[in-house]
Write a protein that binds this ligand. Structure first.
Ligand code: NOJ
Length: 520
């Protein structure tokens, strides 16, 4: 009898609330934040002695590769507006702010022989301001803006990058480690390495498919481990912080429930997430076997003398394994892999390439909601599935959702963004409460509109809209900012926030939307 009462209450507790006054409630220990990155928001690209980085170089020498031919020379001008940025964080009531340090602002030559006084002061002031308002800084060391001097030496394909990154990290820990206790080494290896060193899309636009991507990622993993060990050996004791890495995730949804399709989807997960995380977070370390076997076999078939995927030595496997205190996870959307069997189509991939090594092309399920960007669709359950997969694969390591966000046109009435955040937070809640996933935080990308890499300013991700025509880069809260503030304050998602959303014109002003939503 007692057992069935206990079971019944567990079942009731674990049912997703859908109506009435039932809430999706987050524990007090769960932290909410917002994220940005240095190149996307700071501007002041040549202020004082700041060095040139690879995005300065790309946008200045090949403006036509950016959709609107723009650059981030000034962007949100957060270099001068950081106090307003912190004011917005206070308005939102966030627990933490994720931002990145610009390597070439701090070390103008890329090397630690020259430390910029102004660069040091800028991050000092920003961190002081955050601490003053009781906002925890979560600081990324590398968010895609490599000093051009280091790119001239091969960038992330040069093995010495591991040492250069360690030298840079030491300067950062020495100067900010007394105040900053939460560090991220590198943000999104695939975007750095596939888009930057294989497909020639992102800076530095190297085209070396199936080689540059693997080489870059290999050094990025070693560089991450090096910096984690540096912190662990020399700073953890006195500074008491922790160091993690951010990986880019997508859920690979199987095309059907057949064994074959489930295996294909699992292969896709290992090629994407396993490639970035297996060496660090799995109990055996190294790259996933399925990835190693596939690249080796394809390489030998193609006449290479050895695998295009670099090999970790036994010593390196041990060194990289376990080198992270938490896993940062960026999630925007899911994909499916096209099983061509029985479809009488032969796919043609670039050879060599990661797609060819994987052997399947990806696409979006037509039932997933489209957005204004061809690169993003909405499938919130995918986040829950990723969390469950990560829990199983990596021994329930602590996860922070370091990015999740919605691309829109300008305008304050961003109802789709509200729904997006709402749905994804419910997926996180479900993963935590119903599936015991160890998620401790969630961060929206982004605090405000900013330079969206090769998409320029055409796509907005901000909770705050930025008027890029105004000299002062005026920031205005969108409806989503006000709703996110309420979510953080109450630590709950309430179904009735959204009661009249469908009746509200997306062009209506923020105030009217909130009145319609019976929000204020
Ligand atoms: C992930 C990247 O970290 C960030 O820089 C980018 O703006 C967002 N995705 C949106 O594309």
């Amino acid at each position: 009898m007692i057992i069935s009462i206990v079971l019944l209450s567990i079942i009731i507790l674990r049912v997703t609330p859908t109506s009435g006054n039932v809430l999706w409630e987050f524990p007090e220990s769960f932290k909410f934040g917002v994220s940005t990155a240095a190149y996307q928001i700071e501007g002041a690209w040549n202020i004082s002695d700041k060095g040139e980085n690879i995005w300065d170089r790309l946008t200045h020498t090949r403006p036509s590769v950016i959709w609107d031919e723009s650059n981030a020379d000034k962007t949100c001008d957060s270099y001068h507006n950081y106090e307003r940025d912190v004011e917005m964080l206070v308005e939102l009531g966030v627990d933490f702010y994720r931002f990145s340090i610009s390597w070439s602002r701090l070390l103008p030559t890329g090397f630690s022989n020259q430390i910029s006084k102004q660069g040091l002061a800028y991050y000092d002031d920003l961190i002081d301001e955050l601490i003053h308002f009781n906002i925890t800084p979560l600081v990324t060391l590398y968010h895609w803006d490599l000093p051009q001097t280091l790119q001239d030496l091969g960038g992330w394909t040069n093995p010495l990058i591991v040492k250069y990154f360690e030298d840079y990290a030491r300067v950062v820990f020495e100067n900010y480690g007394d105040q900053v206790k939460n560090w991220i080494t590198i943000n999104e290896i695939p975007q750095i390495c596939v888009d930057g060193y294989a497909k020639g899309i992102n800076a530095p636009q190297v085209s070396a498919n199936g080689i540059g991507d693997y080489l870059c990622a290999h050094h990025a993993l070693l560089a991450h481990a090096k910096v984690w060990h540096l912190y662990n050996d020399e700073y953890r004791h006195s500074q008491g912080g922790r160091v993690g890495i951010v990986i880019y995730t997508e859920w690979v949804e199987p095309e059907s429930t057949s064994k074959e399709d489930i295996e294909i989807a699992e292969r896709g997960m290992q090629f994407l997430i396993g490639w970035q995380a297996h060496a660090i977070f799995s109990s055996e370390g190294d790259y996933p076997k399925v990835l190693k076997d596939a690249v080796l076999n394809r390489s030998l078939d193609q006449g290479y003398a050895s695998s295009r995927l670099p090999t970790f030595t036994e010593k390196e496997i041990d060194y990289v394994k376990g080198s992270s205190d938490f896993l940062g996870l960026n999630y925007y959307n899911s994909i499916m892999l096209w099983n061509t069997k029985n479809k009488f189509v032969e796919l043609k991939f670039i050879v060599p390439s990661r797609e060819d090594d994987l052997g399947y092309d990806s696409y979006f399920n037509e039932n997933w909601t489209k957005t204004i960007s061809p690169d993003f669709t909405v499938f919130a359950d995918g986040l829950k599935y990723v969390l469950k997969w990560v829990k199983k694969e990596y021994n329930n390591i602590e996860v922070i959702i370091t990015e999740n966000g919605y691309p829109s046109y300008p305008g304050l009435g961003d109802l789709e963004r509200i729904n997006y955040i709402n749905q994804h937070l419910i997926a996180v809640w479900d993963a935590m409460i119903n599936n015991d996933c160890n998620v401790t935080g969630y961060s929206v990308w982004s605090l405000m509109d900013n330079f969206e890499w090769i998409s320029g300013y055409g796509i907005c991700f901000g909770l705050y809209e930025v008027d890029f025509k105004s000299e002062a880069r005026i920031r205005t809260a969108r409806a989503s900012a006000l709703v996110y503030e309420e979510i953080i304050r109450s630590r709950t998602i309430k179904p009735n926030y959204f009661r009249n959303v469908s009746q509200v014109e997306s062009k209506t002003s923020t105030l009217i939307i909130l009145l319609n939503m019976e929000y204020i």
